[in-house]
Design a protein around this ligand. Structure first.
Ligand code: SF4
Ligand code: SF4
Length: 141
């Protein structure tokens, strides 16, 4: 079955590495007025030497250590796919709540969803879009 779903689209070419998205996400997940970047569900991977910045949005947790040796080419530079993976996993130092170490996952914050990261990304690297996707059929009663 196909259905319309909303998701965040990332355009690596437009990312400037400003990390405003991380600040916005951390602020929208705290009750204090202190920004702790470790609360952010979006992480901007920075490769200053290669001039590349690639934001990654936290997806589901996995306790499996990845054995993939795949890589991606971004603007001519070769990167381990681990840097683009959305999972919170045992080998990553981020996407875990400080103090409790509970895995973090993007919740498309806002009610209705109105992602803070997208609002604070002034370069246009993040967009909140609607797409049509295959979804699992409802179980028959
Ligand atoms: S706010 Fe936008 S441009 Fe800045 S780091 Fe995040 S995704 Fe990149
Ligand atoms: S949509 Fe909200 S929860 Fe998800 S990464 Fe953006 S700011 Fe964080």
């Amino acid at each position: 079955m196909k259905a319309k779903v909303k998701k965040i689209q990332i355009d690596f070419d437009k990312c400037t590495g400003c990390r405003h998205c991380e600040t916005a996400c951390a602020l929208s997940h705290t009750e204090t007025d202190t920004v702790n970047p470790r609360l952010s569900r979006i992480k901007v991977n920075v490769d200053v030497a290669g001039g590349n910045f690639f934001p990654v949005i936290a997806g589901p947790y996995t306790d499996a250590k990845c054995t993939s040796r795949n890589y991606a080419i971004i603007k001519g530079e070769k990167y381990d796919l681990c840097r683009l993976c959305r999972a919170a996993c045992p080998v990553k130092p981020y996407f875990f709540e400080p103090g409790t170490e509970v895995p973090l996952k993007c919740d498309l914050c806002g009610e209705p969803p109105d992602p803070s990261c997208v609002k604070w990304c002034t370069s246009g690297a993040l967009s909140f879009i609607e797409v049509e996707e295959h979804v699992a059929d409802e179980p028959k009663a």
